[in-house]
Design a protein around this ligand. Structure first.
Ligand code: IPE
Ligand code: IPE
Ligand code: MG
Length: 239
């Protein structure tokens, strides 16, 4: 799908992506799964450029779930180090493009301190950028995020009758982030896998068969065009 098919007056403000299919991409080529994760990085960078090109303001990507710790130790170790080193080498080019980098997910002891330090450095360097906010969900789970929100609300001592949807939203990882307009999942799987459970209540779901390493901005444009064809009702009736 080319850029010209996109209606630039109705671009979604927020696109969320479950970047899935790296392992299968590699296996089909007789390569180790890690080669799929490496190829997946190029896909992400192209998606960022595509988002900048059409003016998407928020892009949120699922990089590592709270359930992904159950993968073989070698793969987990690779992913931790791969993300650390790419943050160090890529943050400047993202900064030059006006991208604000943010991270959501648990900062527990399983994350090496060096990775947390790179996340903090990248977030700090790019904090003032506003062209595009790229939120990377790492060690993220929607249930963990909601559990954490409940803990904070209880700890605040607020009366139960005073708890509103707004209270919950304000205690999520990114209270200032608009809900995703579109959620894309690649690789032909049709599930959320614990991604942004609260925030996707009214997102348009776009499932693509492409494996994540084969994803590029043209697939992003395809998903945006599909979103633009849909009629969002939010529980009301067509005008
Ligand atoms: C997505 O690709 C990346 C992560 C979950 C880290 P997968 O690694 O899940 O690839 P498949 O689904 O096994 O093909
Ligand atoms: C979801 O993909 C997590 C990420 C893309 C980081 P998974 O491959 O882990 O999800 P399942 O296991 O297919 O549900
Ligand atoms: Mg997968």
């Amino acid at each position: 799908m080319s850029l010209s098919a996109v209606d630039l007056s109705a671009v979604p403000a927020h696109v969320a992506c479950v970047m899935d299919g790296n392992g299968r991409w590699a296996e089909r080529r007789g390569l180790p799964r890690t080669a799929g994760h490496e190829a997946g990085l190029d896909a992400l960078l192209d998606a960022v450029d595509g988002a900048l090109e059409i003016g998407v303001q928020w892009l949120t990507v699922y990089a590592f779930s709270t359930e992904n710790w159950s993968r073989p130790r070698e793969e987990v170790r690779f992913l931790l180090e791969f993300n650390r080193s790419n943050l160090a080498t890529r943050r400047d080019e993202l900064h030059e493009r006006g991208v604000r980098l943010r991270f959501i997910g648990g900062r527990d002891r399983r994350l090496p301190r060096s990775l947390l330090a790179e996340m903090d450095a990248a977030a700090e360097l790019t904090a003032e950028n506003r062209r595009l906010t790229l939120t990377v969900a790492f060690n993220y789970g929607g249930r963990a995020e909601l559990t954490e929100a409940v803990r904070r609300i209880v700890a605040s001592g607020v009366q139960s009758t005073q708890v509103t949807e707004q209270t919950i939203r304000a205690n999520l990882a990114t209270p200032d982030m608009p809900d995703p307009d579109v959620l894309i999942r690649t690789s032909g799987e049709h599930r959320l896998s614990n991604f942004l459970l609260w925030q996707v209540a009214y997102s348009e779901m776009v499932f693509l068969d492409v494996l994540w390493p084969d994803f590029s901005r043209t697939h992003l444009f395809e998903a945006v065009v599909e979103y633009q064809r849909r009629e969002r009702r939010f529980g009301g009736l067509d005008q």
